[in-house]
Design a protein around this ligand. Sequence first.
Ligand SMILES: Nc1ncnc2c1ncn2[C@@H]1O[C@H](COP(=O)(O)OP(=O)(O)OP(=O)(O)O)[C@@H](O)[C@H]1O
Ligand SMILES: [Mg+2]
Length: 247
Amino acid sequence: MKIVATYNIKGGVGKTAAAVNLSHLAARDGLRVLLADLDPQAAASYLFRVRPRVKGGGTALIRGSAVLDRAVKGTDFAGLDLLPADFTFRNLDLILDATKKPTERLARLLRPLTTSYDVVFLDCPPGISLLSEAVLHAADLVLAPIIPTTLSVRTLDQLTEFIRGLDGHKPAVLAFCSMTDRRKRLHKEITQRLPAERDDVAAAAIPALSVVEQMAVRRSPVTAFAPRSAAARAYAALWDEVRARLF
Ligand SMILES: Nc1ncnc2c1ncn2[C@@H]1O[C@H](COP(=O)(O)OP(=O)(O)OP(=O)(O)O)[C@@H](O)[C@H]1O
Ligand SMILES: [Mg+2]
């Protein structure tokens, strides 16, 4: 079982969109997939039409895997399950902090799922917190969307530095250019240059396209409702690279 976290310190960069589309593509490839929505905003749960509620909330979830088993719901897509978010997940930092080894907690919680799933996607809230550390400790691969600007490249370097400084397990990092605006010269330039210069940046980039925003209206991955769109093809190319790094 491989664990992929869509993570960035920055908000609104396309983490949830990537988690939702890649988990759909992974399931379509015949893999057994779980998408865990760790963000109290519950955007991934909303997009998969699953009610954002976990009985007992974050406290019960972090305490034991029996709660995790019960909380997991099916989606409209074969092979794709979802652990919905819950509003109490806004306190996950505090809840983790009250456990013995907070940064190892999430990895331990997910371990029993090994026999049930081939890939687990963790859709993370923005920020850098104890939860982020627990996520980084659990993940095999951190998939980090970056908006192709100079500042976002700095954010990627900060993330890489942060991971390098972690004790014990360190996930691999794969960044990708997200919401690339073809009309902006700097976007185009960075989107071409970064993958050529760095092997931690995917060759595939996700363009800024209104069909991606339509996901919230359709409540479905763009790879499902518009599989031949440029956006869906971009996510498919990204998934090919992610899968190649995982397996
Ligand atoms: N490639 C894209 N083109 C156009 N709009 C996009 C694209 N990717 C994401 N969006 C839109 O941008 C907004 C933020 O995207 P998303 O929710 O995926 O980001 P996020 O990093 O998960 O945000 P948060 O940090 O709040 O969790 C959403 O409204 C989404 O529909
Ligand atoms: Mg999100």
